[in-house]
Design a protein around this ligand. Sequence first.
Ligand code: MN
Length: 414
Amino acid sequence: MIKLTSWLEIPADSDFSIYNLPFGIFSTSAKNPRVGIAIGEKVVDLKIAGDEGLFNGLKFNSAVFESDTLNDFISLGKSVTNEIRLRVQEALCDESSVLKNLDSAFENLDSVKMHLPVQVGDYTDFYSSLEHATNVGKMFRDAENALLPNWKHIPVGYHGRASSIVESGVNIHRPKGQIKPNDSPPILSPTKKLDFELEMGFIVGKESRLGESVSIDEAQDYIFGLVLFNDWSARDIQKWEYVPLGPFLGKSFASSISPWIVTMEALEPFCVNGPLQDPPVRPYLKYDEAGNYDIHLEVAIQSEKSEQPTTVTKSNFKYMYWNMRQQLAHHTINGCNVRVGDLMASGTISGPEPETYGSMLELSWNGTDPVKLANGEKRKFLQDHDTVIMKGFAQKNNVRVGFGELKSKILPTV
Ligand code: MN
């Protein structure tokens, strides 16, 4: 990788290095929501950068920068959005750039308000971690036949609820629903098994036509970038409702995403091979190149009583059995179309070791082995006023590309 040096001061451990330059929607007291790029401890206001001529020669309507979602911007296509990102990167490295003394084009990252980056039209949640699917199968069904016969042939998924996808910082109320005690009829109750699911989600960047399929080789063109994704889950509601049609109210009450969309171009240096797929997959799902990404992931819980969060798991996106290209090729093999802003989540990302499991369900083994917090408290599942913090970053030599934080607090049932 070519070494880049910016004239802007960027902390060495910043997720938002000169190699990253993720897109998001921010606002300030003086600025309506608009498109920005995160760099170090700053946000670049693309509207103002464009007004100063940074994107001269590119054919697009700069009104896309003043939208309160990235949908129109992403719809410009990668040929434009990649060039915009590269122009900003060059400008941040060039002492003579128009950005150098353009203070009005920069805001402090810690003083802007971040918004939901895209309007999500449709949301699909996959179930693509072998370890997670095996663990859940053991607990919910049958330890001897944990993995269902279709799992290694199909990237299993379900259609989720887009209306309840919220940004980092939005509090989550404990949902209520039907729960089935072992020896009595079902009751309506606040969930007693509220959980996070550590996932990543990709944002679709290009629409496909109804009736057509996106091939595995074309799939990368349709993936704009990635976010951290917390697929909140109520395990007791889920357990009672999920047969025969899958997750419903145990999932649809909320899902949270991180505010900055990291582009596939920024993540390209961190491609790695996925796990060997055995038995071999059907030809339309066959992908022999490096289709996974080495992205460190972690989750911390901060209780109301503790000063510091406790990291409860460290996982990695590279563990996924099915990669994103395979998920998209499968999603469209029946002719189902995808649209800009659709969100496809990975499924809970668990690794092989217990300390890499991506949910409390697995970390506490359905409450039988509580997780210890640093201040001595224990958790089987999440409690009211707990804050859940997810982080993710890729790093190779001195190049770091990260996602920042996805942080949400649990509040009591309304
Ligand atoms: Mn999930």
